[in-house]
Design a protein around this ligand. Structure first.
Ligand code: NAP
Length: 411
């Protein structure tokens, strides 16, 4: 995300990741003089505070720093003896922005607005601070281990058990932030008695590996009631944008950063449609059905999102354009789904392109080509395809995405 941003802004900087095994190694990195800043992850977000010359008030309040700016300015023409280290926390900014961007007008923050934080680790502290910053005065915490949550409840209410009712004196929460470590997924659901807000609310999941967690699966069933779901990917981008702006003091190329994160987190599947498929919905509907290509592409993208795959779509009536798109997928796409249309039976060039980029592909046909004209019986692709999905109508696209997202991308 950061490297894509530097490159888009024409900056020579490089973002590199280093694993260190002690805080003293971090000290070395800070003083090497080669860097303009460092981004800190667990377990050093708290310990690093003691090494810093200045800590932003929000980071001080949260008790954690994830971004250190190394100031190497000159004072009175003399280089400083050692760089000044300034600490910031952008985790809370990511959460705060996601709350503000996702709250519906009906849930705009008022005096009685309540929030629920699930978890009591470092990110829970950032989430509480984010809630307070958007003006929420009533924050409740639930954590698996009661004692760990106690450290956070000096000012905020603790909910003891999953059987507890929502505190009677508070309105039902309209902001819920899940701050649970992803390595061992929670085995409980958010109790239904805490999800009774008449205006629903926003649910933010911080974990992003994987994007789908037990809570996002639970909350998906509440979307029809008006709940807005925000995944850890959104928070990651928002906090990364803030980090870029603090480190470089210039506006971040948000679109570029979002795209880079999406590329790194999600598997990419290219959905190609060949000649005449742009006419789907109106072309010989007795054979090809009534669903338009744009609807197939849209539902493919939505299904892909559920399966943590990013679907890119492309249709062309021109063989060369399809070949160019296949070439562009090299090193980018993890799988290709192709309905080559009539090129199936004629195009050695598309076959060569698919083999040339060495990306597993699925050949798809809406109709059962084997029951049709003799010239449709031969395919230049089938013997090289990972799978052929033929005759299932437009449902074949769903089947292809399921197979590509679950099986092909990991090969
Ligand atoms: N999207 C982003 O930009 C972003 C940035 C940073 C972190 N994160 C994510 O934020 C999450 C929290 O990070 P953190 O730094 O706060 O971690 P942390 O300090 O290790 O805290 C983890 C919390 O999760 C709870 N927990 C762990 N496993 C659990 C389980 N199976 N059931 C119930 N509770 C469980 C722990 O409860 P106990 O007290 O009972 O152990 C603790 O409260 C992680 O998923 C991390 O990947 C996201």
């Amino acid at each position: 995300m950061h490297n894509s941003a530097y490159s888009a802004c024409g900056m020579p900087h490089v973002y590199d990741s280093l694993q260190v095994d002690s805080l003293s190694s971090v000290q070395g990195l800070l003083e090497e003089g080669k860097r303009d800043g460092i981004v800190v992850s667990l377990p050093y977000k708290t310990e690093i505070l003691q090494m810093l010359d200045e800590v932003a008030p929000d980071a001080r309040c949260i008790g954690a720093v994830n971004t250190v700016v190394i100031e190497k300015d000159f004072i009175s023409g003399q280089p400083m003896k050692r760089p000044i280290l300034k600490g910031y926390n952008t985790d809370y900014i990511g959460i705060m922005n996601c709350i503000q961007l996702s709250l519906s007008p009906a849930n705009s923050v008022k005096q009685g607005t309540s929030a629920l934080i699930v978890g009591a680790g470092g990110m829970a502290r950032a989430a509480i601070y984010a809630c307070v910053q958007v003006g929420i005065q009533n924050v409740c915490i639930f954590n698996r281990t009661r004692e760990n949550a106690h450290k956070l409840t000096e000012y905020y209410e603790l909910i003891d058990t999953l059987d507890s009712p929502w505190p009677a004196q508070l309105r039902q929460p309209t902001v819920i932030v899940s701050c649970i470590a992803p390595d061992t997924p929670a085995t409980f659901s958010i109790p239904e008695q805490w999800l009774c807000s008449k205006t629903s609310g926003v649910f933010i999941e911080l974990a992003y590996t994987p994007l789908a967690t037990p809570f996002t699966k639970q909350m998906q069933s509440k979307v029809s009631r008006g709940w807005i779901l925000v995944d850890g990917f959104e928070v990651l981008v928002e906090q990364g944008v803030a980090q870029f702006e603090i480190l470089t003091r210039r506006p971040a190329p948000v679109y570029v950063m979002r795209d880079a994160v999406q590329r790194s987190i999600l598997n990419a599947i290219l959905l190609l449609n060949g000649p005449n498929l742009n006419l789907l919905g109106t072309r010989e509907p007795h054979l090809y059905g009534t669903t338009a290509l744009k609807d197939i592409e849209q539902s493919s993208i939505e299904l892909g999102t559920k399966l943590e795959a990013r679907i890119e779509t492309f249709q062309s009536n021109h063989e060369g354009h399809l070949i160019d798109r296949i070439h562009a997928a090299r090193g980018v796409a993890d799988a290709i789904m192709i309905n080559p249309g009539a090129f199936t039976h004629t195009s050695v060039a598309i076959r060569d392109a698919l083999l040339g980029v060495n990306i597993p592909f699925i050949e798809m046909h809406i109709t059962n080509v084997h029951t049709r004209e003799a010239f449709r019986q031969h395919s230049f692709l089938s013997d090289k395809a990972a799978a052929c999905i033929i005759g299932l109508g437009v449902f074949g696209y769903e089947v292809a995405i399921e197979h590509a997202a679950r099986d092909l991308v990991n090969k």
